[in-house]
Write a protein that binds this ligand. Structure first.
Ligand code: HEM
Length: 175
């Protein structure tokens, strides 16, 4: 199914435009998109990093977890929209390199799990600002989720970078 999706994306007009290296204006789209992708990675990683460290009790305690969540989570969603748009552009340009790549696939699975944890954070403090301070069990669960979330976000960034090295279509790999 991914092979068919990849073949179809590769045959679209947009893909042809993005891979037309004879025109400077077309050629510039992907490098610019990659640069914006990296800037958005920084915004998302800083936001989720600060939030998860607060959950672990690291750093200042001037603001509660709920206050930090209401300030930082909108940056996570904004950054993810930019990441999605720029990521899709790069995927349409080279669908085989991305969709058929184990690095890309693992990145997407980790991303779904990390988004689910962030939604849980957001919903929990909206329903009760002291949700994570109610009991030692809640605090332990919060710390566990924070560790999982940090590991997953780092994994997402690492697999994003590794896509370039895990291209199974390159010579030397079994197809
Ligand atoms: C929202 C959906 C996302 C999509 C569709 C997407 C897609 C992509 C694509 C197609 C590439 C190019 C890989 C290549 O061909 O070498 C890429 C690179 C990368 N992505 Fe994403 N991405 C998304 C979200 C994220 C997130 C959330 C992070 C980390 C917080 C991230 C981190 C990276 C990194 C570090 C690179 C490598 C950039 C480079 O080496 O220049 N991406 N992504």
């Amino acid at each position: 199914m991914l092979q068919q999706l990849s073949d179809w994306l590769g045959s679209t007009y947009l893909s042809a435009v993005l891979t037309d290296t004879t025109r400077l204006s077309n050629w510039l789209i992907i490098p610019i998109s990659q640069s914006v992708h990296i800037l958005a990675v920084a915004i998302v990683m800083i936001s989720v990093g600060v939030l998860n460290l607060r959950m672990l009790g690291v750093g200042g305690t001037r603001q509660t977890f709920a206050q930090l969540a209401s300030q930082l989570i909108p940056w996570v969603w904004g950054g993810l929209i930019v990441l999605f748009l720029t990521g899709v552009l790069q995927t349409v340009a080279e669908p085989g390199r991305e969709l058929l790549n184990i690095g890309f696939q693992l990145k997407m699975i980790l991303l779904l799990a990390s988004v689910a944890i962030t939604i849980f954070y957001e919903k929990s403090v909206k329903s009760d600002p002291n949700y994570w301070e109610h009991s030692p069990e809640r605090r332990s669960m919060g710390r566990f989720l924070a560790v999982v979330s940090i590991v997953f976000w780092v994994g997402i960034a690492a697999f994003g970078r590794l896509i370039a090295y895990l291209d199974m279509r390159l010579e030397g790999f079994e197809s």
